[in-house]
Write a protein that binds this ligand. Structure first.
Ligand code: HAM
Length: 419
């Protein structure tokens, strides 16, 4: 043990579990790469104002959970709590949104930071893979993203997740609803903090998990009844496209989400095996965000899937990922054979074969243990006597069969066997 520990709310990804995280990231990225999304990487910190304006001053993410700090040079920065505002900022800065180039479809993968109260599935440092389709108002884009997330989860073997879908309306109809909701909320018996929230962001009150609040919310006006015709039609088109793709979803008129930039389509992927932190991913349309951060009108839609929670969901379902062993060939060098086997391992690696060798001068028993632990299919074992004869012993670790193979041929033989 060192004197130091990982900071509260964080954890280290270490083998063998870390390989699951790589597999999850890859499984989410693959369908995006395959659907015209280009990879983008942005800095881990940004001007704090980007999130204050983009995500919203009234959200918990900005008001309570942001790692904001002043640099030695006096800049006000924040560790990124989410990816959408940064990706849009970067796209605008690089003028990716030129006419004729829209939508700009981007995907990303990285670490995000929120100063939350840690609990199972809720961390202060976590990992997301996200996708943003910037600059087009087209129900097919909303549908595409939902279908791709569903495909990613299914490719991992996840089954017990649900897709919750809602429309939050647009700048025409939402204010009317907001007012109706506010007037309903003003007649309830709420604590001071909730009253304040009702003033700033009344829709968030609908999301309150407390039973006594939920009880009072029975009969609250629902946004669906206030949607304008354009929003209604847009939402019906999204629903029809997802349905046609065979992706099941549930209409959830209470789905609000914790970020202020959403308009129209919003959705969440929830997993029932995760307890209270059940959202494995979420997203929606954010038609006004570009203007909120000083850009032109660029209606956009996107999602981010939580890698940590997806791994937890896989564990909850007992899904074993089919992850190939990292090593195919393991070399066990005895006596003076090390330089020759080290040379063979180098050659194998250059030929694209995953190979490793025992280090630290271990004897046959210890080195064979390493070989078995590595998951390799073959071991090449050699001592002084083998080398004098110009051979190594090629051992099939599955069948236990062992045969001498000429040193000059072993790379070719192994390549053929592993092909
Ligand atoms: P979000 O719902 O805040 O959305 O986060 C997306 C996912 O990140 C969550 O569903 C969850 O799996 C994971 N996540 C969030 N906070 C934590 C945490 N403290 N610990 C572990 N996992 C966490 C966004 O971030 C939006 N930027 C999504 C989006 C993209 N909307 C449009 N485009």
């Amino acid at each position: 043990m060192s004197t130091f520990k990982a900071p509260k709310g964080t954890y280290d990804l270490i083998p063998p579990v870390s390989v699951k995280f790589l597999a999850v990231r890859e499984a989410i990225a693959a369908p995006l790469r395959n659907s015209g999304y280009g990879y983008i990487e942005t800095p881990g910190f940004e001007d704090v104002g980007l999130f204050a304006r983009g995500v919203g001053e009234s959200t918990d993410i900005v008001s309570k959970e942001m790692y904001a700090f002043e640099t030695k040079g006096g800049d006000q920065l924040a560790l990124r709590p989410e990816g959408t505002a940064s990706v849009l900022r970067a796209a605008l800065e690089a003028s990716l949104h030129k006419k004729g180039n829209l939508p700009v479809k981007l995907w990303y993968s990285g670490s995000y930071y929120r100063y939350e109260r840690p609990q199972a599935g809720r961390y202060r440092h976590f990992s997301q893979v996200g996708a943003e389709a910037i600059g087009a108002e087209d129900p097919a884009l909303d549908a595409e993203l939902i279908i791709l997330a569903d495909q990613a989860y299914r490719s991992l073997g996840l089954r017990n997740f649900r897709i919750l879908l809602n429309s939050l309306g647009d700048k025409e109809c939402r204010p009317v609803y907001r007012e109706a909701l506010q007037s309903f909320l003003s007649g309830l018996d709420l604590d001071a903090e909730t009253v304040r929230r009702a003033e700033i962001n009344p829709l968030r009150v609908l999301d309150d998990k407390r039973a006594d609040v939920q009880k009072q919310l029975v009969g609250a006006p629902v946004l669906r009844d206030y949607l304008c015709d354009a929003c209604k039609q847009y939402h019906e088109e999204v629903r029809a496209l997802i349905t046609a793709a065979g992706v099941a979803f549930e209409d959830d008129e209470k789905l609000v989400r914790g970020l202020d930039y959403y308009t129209r389509t919003t959705f969440e992927f929830v997993h029932d095996g995760l307890g209270s932190q059940s959202a494995v991913g979420g997203g929606g349309r954010y038609d006004g965000l570009s203007e909120m951060i000083g850009g032109p009108a660029l209606p956009s839609v996107g999602w981010a899937l939580g890698v940590d929670r997806t791994v937890l969901a896989l564990e909850a379902e007992g899904v074993e990922l089919d992850i190939p062993a990292a090593t195919s060939v393991f070399a066990v060098a005895l006596g003076e054979a090390k330089p020759v086997l080290f040379g063979l391992v180098t050659e194998l690696r250059r030929a694209g074969v995953a190979a490793d060798i025992s280090y630290g001068g271990k004897g046959l028993k210890g080195a064979m243990k390493d070989a078995n632990r590595s998951g390799a299919r073959f071991a090449i074992v050699a001592g002084d006597r083998d080398l004098a004869e110009g051979v190594v012993q090629l051992k099939d670790l599955e069948s236990g069969e062992q045969n001498p193979v000429a040193v000059t041929e072993v790379v070719e033989v192994l390549r053929a066997q592993l092909a």
